[in-house]
Design a protein around this ligand. Sequence first.
Ligand SMILES: O=C(O)CCC(=O)C(=O)O
Length: 237
Amino acid sequence: MDDALFGEERLDRRAREVLPGAVHVPAWLSLRRQRWIADRFEEWGRGPIAPHSPLVGGHPMSVRMVPLGLVWGPAGWSETAGPEGAAPLPLPEWLVRLSRAALRSAFDPRTAPSWPGLDPARLDAWAETYEPDVALVNYYPPGARMGMHQDRDESSSAPVVSLSIGDTAVFRAGNTQTRSRPYEDLRLASGDLIVFGGPSRFMFHGVPRVLEGSAPQGCGVLRGRINITVRATGRQE
Ligand SMILES: O=C(O)CCC(=O)C(=O)O
């Protein structure tokens, strides 16, 4: 069997709780919304902080990053970037509202039976308490990937909301203890949502590969992939 064609990753396209607190919702964003967000990405890239590849362990990441709200680097979150001290664009209000809607979709008890275990009436009010203050917008040019890591520069344990547009990624959802097995590979296609919170908030995860040329027509990304992760840092104002 050819591993490149028939790898281990899961191809199932139904919304499901991958792990307690980690929920994948395929095709969550319409093509029209994907295109609109891709246009915003173009604007963000012309903002005060150009897409850049932070050095991790002395090596530049293969993704190009635009931060919103605060700036991310291997030392954590900071207010400004570079020697000139450029401040990032603010996290837009529409992205905060979209992230709350993402929590409502992902943690519907029919999709996520084990976490957070709220009845639908309380879920709406709970989602409204989500106060993210940052987003990392990553562009994956062809060939880019992201190693297994934890998003642990935030002191808040509020969920991470992740949106994908463009080429399909193989997303590796791991465990909270080690960057190796057990993990599960699933495909994040254009428009997919994955949220990780609760017991999976600090799971190791990564993108071992992106399937070049798999973006649907009309998603607004001609080449490569955009991923947006929205997070609450827990920093005091
Ligand atoms: O691109 C993805 O789907 C994952 C991004 C990610 O892990 C991160 O930004 O920390």
